[in-house]
Design a binder for this molecule. Structure first.
Ligand code: ZN
Length: 375
């Protein structure tokens, strides 16, 4: 199906309107207002831009930190959750693990079918030791520009999560930004002033707000307060466990849909049954709702992106258009991708069809039908 048309209620700009989209050669070639009953696909539910997940550790039984050669297997299946593009993520690892991970990401970016591999998210190893979360503390390192070529020596590194308060972190952040990498603050003990210094050095995203940082305190707002009082978008894991629904609502009221990127932070048990799994080289126990390292520490999530959309609507009372924005336009903007995250002429033909209960019916990535729900 190289060229086809799809007609129904489509998210154009900030609203759903009746429209007909023509798709040709992987792009949206034209958009006309109104329904065309003769279109190749007539949609009863909703047509929205494809979802973009900036933090995926693995899924469907595969862990990218342990075996990044499995990225294509996950890319093939993520469209069932509405995801058309994503960043495979490596958690804190020994320095010599990174070149191989980056090679596998490059190969997957060229060859993988299904959801597009946009590049790598390097979460660590320059993180705060008290805020290491489920990462292995033995692999943490002090920020070091001389290591940058080994750690991030690929043009496909899109995001690097760093704790800005560490000695040398500001220099590292400036170097990342100079290379076109999005520097993100996370797994951090930063004070408000240290966080602001990180923003001045070039931080433009906040990794999974609230997780692996000190809790917000009104006299010592820290990284959480610095992010919430800034224009910097924040990642949120909207499973109702990582962040309480009321807190999510508060963040939505403070930041709006353009200030939030929904992420799954999914680990290998996403799409699998409860049981024992791993994240990197750590043992994790997964029940029906969460993945845990131990009683206190969550270890990624088993959230799927389409569920995140439904959850955020339920928790915050936002509109479907706003929820979709948090999972498409905002992450595309964080990455500086003008051709993704929206339905507009000449944009990539990444789109999803949701039914009236907001379940994924069809997913189209770069003009190819990559998922169709079996009725
Ligand atoms: Zn994390």
């Amino acid at each position: 199906m190289k060229s086809f048309s799809i007609s129904g209620r489509a998210l154009l700009g900030d609203d759903f309107v009746q429209a007909t989209l023509r798709i040709a050669d992987g792009r949206i070639s034209a958009i006309q207002s109104g329904i065309d009953r003769a279109a190749d696909i007539c949609v009863d539910g909703w047509i929205a831009p494809g979802l973009i997940d900036l933090q995926v550790n693995g899924a469907y039984g595969f862990d990218f930190t342990a075996d990044s050669a499995t990225i294509p297997q996950v890319a093939a299946r993520l469209p069932a959750t509405g995801v058309t593009a994503f960043l495979p993520t490596i958690i804190t690892s020994p320095l010599d693990a990174y070149p191989r991970f980056l090679r596998d990401v490059e190969n997957a970016a060229h060859d993988a079918r299904g959801a597009q591999v946009l590049g790598a998210h390097l979460e660590g190893p320059y993180l705060s030791s008290p805020r290491v979360g489920a990462h292995n503390p033995n692999y943490l390192r002090a920020p070091n520009r001389a290591e940058l070529e080994t750690w991030a020596g690929s043009s496909l590194v899109r995001v690097a999560t760093v704790a800005p308060e560490l000695p040398g972190a500001l220099d590292l952040i400036r170097e990342l930004v100079a290379r076109g990498v999005v520097a993100s603050a996370g797994h951090s003990n930063a004070s408000y002033a240290q966080a602001r210094a990180g923003f001045d050095a070039g931080i433009t995203w906040g990794t999974h707000l609230f997780s692996s940082t000190p809790p917000f305190a009104h006299r010592a707002p820290g990284l959480v307060g610095a992010l919430l009082s800034s224009d910097i978008p924040v990642g949120l894991i909207a499973d109702g466990v990582h962040v309480h629904p009321a807190t999510l609502k508060m963040v939505f009221r403070a930041k709006g849909a353009r200030g939030i990127t929904l992420v799954t932070d999914a680990m290998m048990a996403m799409g699998m049954s409860p049981g024992r799994y791993t994240l990197g080289d750590r043992q994790v126990i997964v029940d029906a709702t969460v993945a845990r390292l131990n009683a206190e520490t969550l270890a990624g999530s088993i959230l799927q992106m389409d569920a995140a959309i439904r959850n955020v609507i339920e928790f915050t009372g936002c509109s479907l258009a706003e929820a979709i924005t948090m999972a498409s336009a905002t992450p595309a903007r964080v990455l500086g991708l003008a051709n993704k995250g929206r339905l507009a002429e000449n944009c990539d033909a990444d789109l999803i069809v949701l039914d009236n209960s907001l379940r994924v019916e069809k997913t189209i990535a770069r003009g190819e039908m990559v998922y169709e729900r079996q009725s």
